[in-house]
Design a protein around this ligand. Structure first.
Ligand code: THG
Length: 574
């Protein structure tokens, strides 16, 4: 076989990438019975599968997705087939179809186009913990098994599609990124209320996914083309990556025991044109579509220019760069509003919390979470570092518990990078990591975590030389951190700078330098800023008054997200 030199991602910007249409509804047309295992069709009716793939390639699809939608250990249990067998056969059938259609094209004197095979990976079919009983690691292992089989079989890229739970998809993406070098496309589905089944809205889905090192993201199945347009436009508004849309031919209806779809080819093509003009880069169909839909789509894009084709990728990356953290259902964008990061889940100086942690009493933390959110905190810092306890386990448990009682995004605060890594991995969202600093060792341990899990990170302005003596020194540390992050592929929009303040009891200029640094950092680098403002008053009387006054000055200087105690009304009202 000829070495494939081109990757599917090489097509970005050169042409609109055309996917295939439905596989499931096509198989039903060719005799797949209700309750029959679609993956078995790869063995019982290989000609049908090849025929469907061929029809899509002939229609002009740049890639087809393998018939492996339900190909995981859980769904195949008892079928007599292994994941490895099914994946190998399914990739083989798609590859055969590609070869045959290319030969046809050659015979017609046409130079065959590149035909890619996407390894289709879909939800496992069990709900993730804590709602269901599927642990993150088990989901990861099942995805890993599929992905390794796909790589062995020679798939060109991994195509996660129809995901309804962003957490399950995170497990899948990590399994792909940690076990292969193939490009990864991610496609999720939304319900009529504009949210995924497990509650993520489009912004949240994009924010969690797009910094995980994937190559494209989008939406499939869900609704009909018309209803999908609104959601797709939200995805386009936030995505720094090429966007994919594969709608159904309308919403399925059952008529006389048969599932029918109401959107005809013209209406489908019209809706796809609107999406292409809005900027999508990858277009195809899902349930109810067939090769005729795809052929019409291909014809409709011929010789046309679309935003995705003339996109300046670097410009988009900068334009779409927002600083945002997410829980699974809620995203906080650090924009021009002030966001309070609640600091109360931190044992420093808190006897009751220390005792609760030692007693493994998580209800204390839950209550602290609820009261801080009620008081106006929009992000919660979680620090459970205490020498007497297992911080690693406690951090994971605290994140689970807090996530179950409040929906704000979390900030992982630990001095132990293993705790930070585990928290970033298992968090159902996109966390803020607290923190990295300008020391070489800190950047070398924290940036790989930030990169791999697509997190945001607080950058403290200190380094090997200690705390900066003036604003200039703070600025040069910020510069060093931003440049080093860039070398790891972490955009500055994911860095929130903490200019750190010392107590003015030790140094009279400390406060003024910090304020000047905040102003300059924002102006010079356009990054967002945070600050634990209460340090200013350590060792001094009238702490609240001093803290509040300094907080007001810092906000005046442009502080975006103070780390503070929202239960002190004087701070929240400032
Ligand atoms: N920058 C960043 N992260 C930070 C800080 C910062 N994390 C920790 C800290 N500073 C912010 N969090 C706290 C938590 C507790 C207290 C202060 C800041 C605190 N506790 C009281 C004490 O020590 O006396 C007890 C208060 C109480 O009992 O309620 O002050 O600057 N990035």
């Amino acid at each position: 076989m000829k070495e494939k030199t081109m990757k599917i991602t090489d097509l970005f910007g050169k042409k609109i990438i055309i996917c295939d249409g439905a596989m499931g509804t096509m198989m039903q047309k060719y005799g797949l019975g209700a309750g029959e295992l679609p993956e078995a069709f790869n063995f019982t009716n290989p000609d049908v599968i090849t025929k469907i793939h061929e029809a899509y390639y002939r229609a002009g699809s740049d890639f087809v997705s393998t018939n492996t939608f339900g190909c995981n250990r859980y769904k195949l249990a008892g079928s007599g087939y292994t994941v490895q067998e099914v994946v190998t056969q399914a990739v083989h059938l798609a590859r055969e179809a590609a070869k045959r259609v290319s030969e046809e094209e050659r015979a017609r004197g046409k130079k065959p186009g590149e035909k890619f095979v996407g390894m289709d990976v879909a939800p496992i079919g069990r709900l993730m913990e804590p709602v269901g009983d599927l642990p993150f690691d088990e989901a990861y292992d099942m995805f890993k098994e599929q992905i390794l089989a796909g790589v062995d079989a020679g798939a060109d890229f991994i195509f996660f599609e129809t995901f309804t739970d962003i957490y399950e998809l995170k497990a899948g993406v990590l399994a792909a990124k940690e076990n292969c070098d193939l490009p990864v496309f991610c496609s999720v589905t939304f319900q009529e209320d504009g949210r995924m089944l497990m509650g993520s809205d489009p912004l949240t889905a994009v924010n969690i996914l797009q910094d995980l090192g994937i190559d494209a993201l989008g939406i499939n199945c869900s609704l009909g083309p018309k209803q999908i347009i609104g959601i797709a436009k939200q995805i386009l508004a936030y995505s720094k990556l090429p966007v994919l849309v594969q709608p159904n031919a309308g919403l399925p209806r059952v008529v006389d025991g048969e599932t029918v779809y109401d959107v005809d080819i013209d209406a489908y093509v019209e809706a796809m044109q609107e999406l292409l003009n809005a900027g999508i880069a990858i277009a195809g169909g899902c349930c109810g579509t067939n090769p005729e839909y795809i052929a019409a789509l291909v014809k409709s894009v011929e010789n046309k220019d679309y935003p995705a084709l003339s996109a300046d990728v670097e410009k988009i990356r900068i334009e779409k760069a927002v600083t945002a953290v997410s829980s699974s259902t809620e995203t906080v964008i650090l924009d021009d509003r002030i966001r309070i990061i609640g600091e109360r889940i931190n044992p420093t100086g808190k006897k009751l919390l220390k005792e609760a942690l030692k007693a493994k009493d998580l209800s204390y933390i839950e209550n602290e979470a609820i009261s801080q959110v009620k008081a106006g905190a929009e992000i919660l810092d979680i620090n459970v570092g205490l020498p007497e306890i297992d911080e690693y386990e406690m951090m994971l448990e605290a994140i689970r518990k807090v996530s179950s009682v409040v929906s704000v995004p979390l900030q992982i605060d630990s001095a132990d990078h293993r705790v930070i890594e585990a928290a970033a991995r298992y968090y159902n969202g996109k966390p803020m990591i607290n923190s990295v600093n300008g020391k070489k060792e800190s950047m070398e341990t924290i940036f790989p975590i930030v990169k791999k899990y697509g997190a945001c990170v607080i950058a403290l302005t200190l380094d090997e030389k200690g705390l900066p003596k003036n604003a200039d020194e703070r600025i040069s540390i910020v510069e060093k951190i931003i440049n080093t992050a860039a070398a790891y592929g972490i955009g500055r929009e994911r860095i929130v700078v903490d200019c750190l303040t010392l107590t003015v009891s030790a140094q009279q200029n400390a406060g003024r330098d910090t304020l000047e640094a905040i102003r300059r950092v924002k102006k010079q680098y356009g990054v967002k800023t945070t600050l634990g403002a209460s340090n200013i008053s350590f060792g001094l009387p009238e702490r609240k008054l001093l803290n509040r006054t300094f907080l007001a000055m810092a906000l005046e200087a442009g502080l975006d997200a103070p780390i503070t105690d929202p239960l002190v009304p004087e701070y929240v009202d400032t």
